[in-house]
Design a protein around this ligand. Structure first.
Ligand SMILES: [Fe+2]
Length: 136
């Protein structure tokens, strides 16, 4: 069983976003496995960067669709995204400063918990609005 297993309850009802969420789950699993297998700091650092970059891309796509659907919760949602990105960038900074040894399983646990809560809480709310606007 993977560290972070996709569950059908994670679907927000918008196919393109579900696909991106699955990719994020996959990236978190890859990071966890690299930590578990004691890969080098270089490899772990690259994976965190990959995850950060993909997250930035995904958030901007999500925000674009929310805007397109004139979703009323956009501003608050954007704030949640910004807080998360700041946290991940902080981790990345540590890695850039050669402190990758400080990055542990806490990070993988945090990422999994945050994404799961965000998808099943905040994200779920825009599903019906996007579908009503004809966005998939
Ligand atoms: Fe979101």
């Amino acid at each position: 069983m993977p560290f972070f297993e996709w569950d059908t309850s994670y679907s927000v009802g918008v196919a393109s976003i579900d696909t991106q969420h699955r990719k994020l789950v996959e990236l978190i699993n890859t990071l966890f496995e690299a930590m578990r297998d004691r890969k080098t700091a270089q490899i772990i650092g690259d994976l965190v960067r990959q995850l950060a970059d993909y997250t930035v891309y995904h958030f901007s796509e999500e925000e674009r669709l929310m805007e397109k659907a004139s979703y009323s919760g956009l501003l608050l949602h954007k704030k949640e995204h910004a807080t998360f990105i700041a946290k991940v960038r902080e981790v990345q900074q540590k890695i850039d400063q050669g402190q990758a040894n400080l990055i542990g399983f806490d990070l993988a646990n945090f990422l999994r918990a945050w994404l799961k809560d965000h998808i099943t809480g905040t994200d779920r709310n825009y599903g019906p609005v996007m579908r009503a606007a004809g966005l998939t």
